[in-house]
Structure formats: structure tokens, C-alpha cells
Design a protein around this ligand. Structure first.
Ligand code: BG6
Length: 522
């Protein structure tokens, strides 16, 4: 029997290829790293694929002085360095660059916003764009509230905000704001930020970005689960022994010590990226692919997370910090030697957690997560380990059986594999684990778009499914704050406790060994 369209939640939310309505993107913090490495290369690739609307324009807003020409030439260099498609196509870049402008102003100066309003009006008139606006917060978070307040005071973020005198120019239908991470540093600051955003904007105008949600492989988690009939019936506590999520990075702090040392792995990776991966793996099927239906299900997972607080942090969490070590044969320095790191700080560069989701589907199924810097390799994967068969029929051969494991490789070598037992050819019955493997690169050939491409386009199209809703961000912080609070009562005594180039501290191994389990060897 075929599934009917209405019974298929994916049909309703499918984004048919379409072009957003004309708009201008205003980037606050336009001279920073994010603009150069991610935003402009993503926009350039969207232009290459003809996915941006005619008249699309960019205004870079920042404090340092710069001409339009200088700004355009710097951005061109960054596309040549960071774009996933190379070499740069000059004609395409030149026509895109005609719509790129630089606006120098202080974030706290009302005159700067009045001048921005005039510039936007001029762009609307000259480039035939409407006054739809996408404001992108790419500044340090300390500036967010100031900018939001100014946007509110000038009315720039009100949908349909049409500067006076724009007769003959179509008035915009929307104004949206993308807020970069970190979205606060704890529950209290996330609430305060939500409040200031919502004092100026409606929730539908706010797009809190988590770039992991924009990764192709991450989007495929829901397709894999709910677009197939065979996996969901076993996707629960009756068949799953445990889940492991690893997000390993071989890089260190990479000159971001000033930020990272105030943050640490729990805030930097777990509160957002890892919990979002967990939500997609653990959530119930949504009633449709409508943004709020999906986000309702994600937030329910966060609300069902069993809190880890106070003395429980000893048994359910591990934190670590790397000392000097070696990676791919090269000696690397320890965390505390990185620039911007406070020598007295107790910030962790590694976290491992044992989590439980207290609901009917997941009760008592441990979910082990780990993430860290300066691990042996960059690898992100989710692995579902199934329970062993109830009876071992193959004597000694069966005793060495490995459990069935389904692994979703998020990056690199993107794909999905299922490990199961097979009979080794021969006269006796001997078992061997084999893999059924799907690889994006061989199955689809085409290079997947970068997360920022998908997310910028979705925001222009008004689709917030892959963005974090305010209550999601707060629930995730509430959970993480509990752990932080327990940690603050017991500062680590053994830092650094793992050498760069190893899979974290010995206590991470023990976290699973105590449950007679072990981390996957990656
Ligand atoms: C960022 C973190 O959000 O994600 C970084 O701030 C981290 O510390 C990065 O390196 C990892 O992203 P990706 O896409 O390289 O896995």
C-alpha cells in the first residue's frame, strides 16, 4: 500500500525550489571573521546557483572606516579563500559585488541607523529591490541588545518599514533578524536576550542560528527516520541499548581563546550543536514539517532530559582539558598556552556526558555524548547501538557477536552505515561483523551546499524550521546550567587531564566502562 500524501509529513513542509522576494541583507559586524569565512562565500554560492532574487543587496555595517571598493575587494579575497566552489567566476562575482555596500557607524549611534535607513532607501530605488530586510547579527554578543534596541527605535525592523519618500518603490513585506551563537551564556542571559528581541520583534521574525541544523547530513536524520518505514518501529527502548554522539575536533582554540575561555566545550558545543543532534535523533514524528510542529517536538526532548545537578555531575559528566601532545606527528601546545586563555581559568576543552531522556520512548536508555578540541581527528557521528538478540544460537561463535550498530556520519565522509553479523564463508559457523554502507559522495556525486547557504536562503524564504525557537534555546540552557552549577561547586583538580591527540581523559573511558560499555573506536 502506498503512503498517501496527507499521511506523509514530509510533503507539506517540502521547500519547492523558489527564489525569495527581493531583499537586502544588513550584516552587523561585517568586518569580522564570520562574514569573511561563511556569510559572503555562502551568498556567492547562492548567486552561482541562481537562488538569490534580482536586486539582492548586502550592506556591511561596522565601526572601522572603509570604502565600498575596499570592502568589496576584501570580500572577493575571502571568497577566493573560503568558497566551496573554486575558482571564483569573475563575471558572477562582479555583478554580485555591485550590490555590496559598506556603512561605517557605531552600533550605539542613532545617527548611524538614520543614515542606514537612507542608504537602504537609495538601494531600494537604484537596484529595484523592495524594502524587505534581513538583519544579521555577526557582532560579538555584547552588542546584540544595543543593535536590537536601535532597530526598534528607528522602526527599521518593522515589516513593511518604508522610509518616507519612497513613493513608487514597493514596500517590504518582511524584516527578519538572524542572531548568531552564542545565544546567551546561561539561562538568565538567554532569557534577557529573548526579552529584548521580543520587545522589538515578533518571534516569527527572529532566526536563532545553529549551523549544525543547516548541515545536509543533519537534515537527513529526519528524512532517514520518518521517510522510511523500517527504522522507526525499532527506534525505541525495546530495541536500542544505547546511543553515542561524538563531535570530535582536531583543532585547538585557534586564536579564539578570548571567547572560548569564557565559554568552554559545554557552552560552545553541547548547549547548541550536540543537543540539537540529540533532539533530531530522539524526537517524536511531528504532525507536519511546519516549522513550529518540528520545533515543538525538539523542545519536548529538551524538557524530558533528566537534569544532572549538584553531586550527580561526578557520575554523569566528565570534563577535560588538553595538555601538550602530538597530532599527526606534529607536536602541539597545551590549552593554557593558547592566546587569550587565562592561566587561572578552569575552562574545559572536552566534555563527556551520560544523559537520559525521561519519556516512554527512551526511558533508561543511556545516551553518551562527547566533544572536545585537540582530539585525534575531526569527526562527528551519531551511533545507535541495538540490543543483542535474546538468545545466542551460535555457541562460541556467537559469544563474540558485536551488537548491530547504525551509524550516521555527519562529517567528514558523510554517510550512514549499518553493522550486522554475517557468516564467515567456510565449513564451520563463524561470525564476522560487516557493514552496509551509504556514502553521500558516491550515491549523489554532487557537493552538498554549506550549512550557511541553506540557512540564509531559508531565512529569506521565511522558513524557520532549521532555526532554534526561543523556548528551545532556554530549555537547552536550563539543562546545561544544571551541569555548570554542579561543576562550579567542584573545580577540576586534575587539568590538563588529556594529551592533545588523544580521545580525552581516562575518566571518559570509565564513564562507559562502569556500564560495561565502551566508546566506539573512530
Ligand atoms: C562552532 C564552535 O559553533 O562550531 C567552534 O564555536 C567549533 O568552537 C565549531 O569549532 C564546529 O563546527 P563544524 O561545522 O566545524 O563542526
Amino acid at each position: 500500500m502506498k503512503a498517501t500524501l496527507s499521511a506523509n509529513p514530509f510533503r507539506e513542509g517540502l521547500r519547492i525550489e523558489r527564489t525569495p522576494s527581493p531583499c537586502t541583507m544588513i550584516i552587523f559586524g561585517a568586518t569580522g571573521d564570520l562574514t569573511a569565512r561563511k556569510l559572503i562565500p555562502a551568498l556567492y554560492n547562492l548567486v552561482l546557483e541562481r537562488l538569490l532574487p534580482p536586486g539582492f543587496s548586502v550592506v556591511g555595517f561596522a565601526r572601522s572606516g572603509k570604502s565600498n571598493e575596499q570592502f568589496r575587494s576584501e570580500l572577493r579575497d575571502s571568497v577566493e579563500k573560503y568558497s566551496r566552489t573554486q575558482p571564483l567566476q569573475k563575471a558572477i562575482w562582479d555583478s554580485f559585488a555591485e550590490g555590496v555596500f559598506y556603512h561605517q557607524a557605531d552600533y550605539a549611534d542613532p545617527d548611524g541607523y538614520a543614515a542606514l535607513s537612507k542608504l537602504l532607501h537609495r538601494i531600494d530605488c537604484e537596484r529595484g529591490a523592495s524594502s524587505n530586510r534581513l538583519f544579521y547579527m555577526a557582532t560579538p554578543p555584547a552588542a546584540y541588545q544595543e543593535i536590537i534596541g536601535q532597530l526598534g527605535a528607528t522602526g527599521l525592523a518593522a515589516p513593511g518599514a518604508c522610509p518616507t519618500g519612497s513613493a513608487g518603490n514597493r514596500c517590504g513585506e518582511w524584516a527578519r533578524v538572524i542572531v548568531e551563537k552564542p545565544f546567551g551564556k546561561d539561562l538568565a542571559s538567554a532569557k534577557a536576550l529573548n526579552q529584548s528581541l521580543l520587545s522589538v520583534l515578533k518571534e516569527e521574525q527572529v532566526y536563532r542560528i545553529d549551523h549544525y541544523l543547516g548541515k545536509e547530513t543533519v537534515q537527513n536524520i529526519l528524512v532517514f527516520r520518518f521517510g522510511n518505514g523500517i527504522f522507526e518501529p525499532v527506534w525505541n527502548r525495546r530495541y536500542i541499548d544505547h546511543v553515542q554522539i561524538t563531535a570530535g575536533e582536531s583543532v585547538g582554540v585557534e586564536g579564539r581563546g578570548g571567547y572560548y575561555d569564557q565559554s568552554g566545550a559545554l557552552r560552545d558545543m553541547v548547549q547548541n550543536h550536540i543537543l540539537q543532534l540529540l533532539a533530531l535523533v530522539a524526537m517524536e514524528p511531528p504532525s507536519s514539517m511546519d516549522a513550529n510542529a518540528v520545533r515543538d517536538e525538539r523542545v519536548k526532548v529538551f524538557r524530558a532530559l533528566r537534569p544532572i545537578g549538584g553531586s550527580q555531575s561526578e557520575s554523569f559528566t566528565v570534563r577535560g582539558r588538553y595538555g601538550p601532545g602530538s597530532l599527526s606527528g606534529t607536536r602541539v601546545a597545551g590549552y593554557s598556552e593558547d592566546t587569550g586563555v587565562d592561566h587561572e581559568s578552569t575552562t574545559e576543552s572536552f566534555v563527556a556526558l551520560k544523559l537520559f531522556i525521561d519519556n516512554w520512548r527512551w526511558a533508561d536508555v543511556p545516551i553518551y555524548v562527547r566533544t572536545g578540541k585537540r582530539l585525534p581527528k575531526r569527526i562527528t557521528e551519531i551511533s545507535i547501538q541495538f540490543s543483542c538478540p535474546p538468545l545466542l544460537l551460535f555457541g562460541e561463535a556467537g559469544e563474540s557477536m558485536s551488537p548491530n550498530t547504525l551509524t550516521m556520519r555527519i562529517q567528514p565522509d558523510e554517510g550512514i552505515s549499518l553493522r550486522f553479523e554475517a557468516k564467515l564463508p567456510g565449513q564451520t559457523t563463524r561470525l564476522r561483523s560487516v557493514n552496509m554502507d551509504f556514502r553521500y559522495s558516491t550515491s549523489f556525486g554532487a557537493q552538498p551546499p554549506e550549512a550557511y547557504e541553506r540557512l540564509l536562503l531559508d531565512c529569506m524564504l521565511g522558513d524557520s524550521t532549521l532555526f532554534t525557537r526561543g523556548d528551545e534555546a532556554e530549555s537547552a540552557w536550563e539543562f546545561v546550567d544544571g551541569i555548570r552549577c554542579g561543576w562550579d561547586q567542584h573545580p577540576p583538580q586534575d587539568f590538563p587531564n588529556y594529551a592533545a591527540g588523544t580521545w580525552g581523559p581516562e575518566s571518559a573511558r570509565r564513564l562507559l566502562a562502569e556500564d560495561a560499555r565502551e566508546w566506539r573506536r573512530l
